[in-house]
Design a protein around this ligand. Sequence first.
Ligand code: COA
Length: 183
Amino acid sequence: MTEEPLRSVSTDDGHDVTIRRLSEDDREALLAFGADLPKDDWLYLDVELQTPTTVSWLVNAVDARNWRQFVAVDGELIVGYANVRQLPGWKRHVGDIALVVRDGYRRHGVGRALASVIVESATEMGLKKLIVEVVKEQIGGQVIFKRFGFQQEGILAGHAVDYLGNHRDLVLLSFQLAEDTSS
Ligand SMILES: CC(C)(COP(=O)(O)OP(=O)(O)OC[C@H]1O[C@@H](n2cnc3c(N)ncnc32)[C@H](O)[C@@H]1OP(=O)(O)O)[C@@H](O)C(=O)NCCC(=O)NCCS
């Protein structure tokens, strides 16, 4: 099934990138995207896109009520992936974000376009607050979300363990989508 294009980004080096929802036909392309991520990126990701079972799980969840998943594509090639997932229970008004762009397509606005689609769809889902956890060293992710108005809520010290076994600090950024009157 072909998903409707939501945004277009023309890169300075002549690529036309389209943002659309992830489709159940994207399994192989998403696997290839995960496999091509440089190992250093694994330091910064809590979505294991390099693991076939995780990729199958993501693709099988394209219609899940509590998730929205998006890809940036250049033709058949996936060059970016983002999701917003509604948290369960007493955090059900909160959405958690993941975002990654293919090395070689960075610094052309693809991350910003994916982030804007995420914020838009979170509003449609009725979420009131968004959070994103970014490894402290990942300046790009922090800059993108702060430009949307996200603010730092705190640092989770040594909260992530990377593939080398090193503990890393996570910066917790958040954004209020609408006035929360539930408390
Ligand atoms: C973070 C990430 C998604 C950014 O994607 P991108 O497509 O390069 O982002 P954009 O081109 O839209 O950048 C938007 C702005 O963010 C800032 N930015 C992006 N990467 C940056 C970096 N490495 N250092 C400093 N600022 C950066 C810039 O201000 C940029 O605008 P500019 O290029 O006009 O100056 C990408 O670097 C990535 O996949 N990193 C690994 C995964 C990750 O850390 N995800 C974030 C947490 S979920």
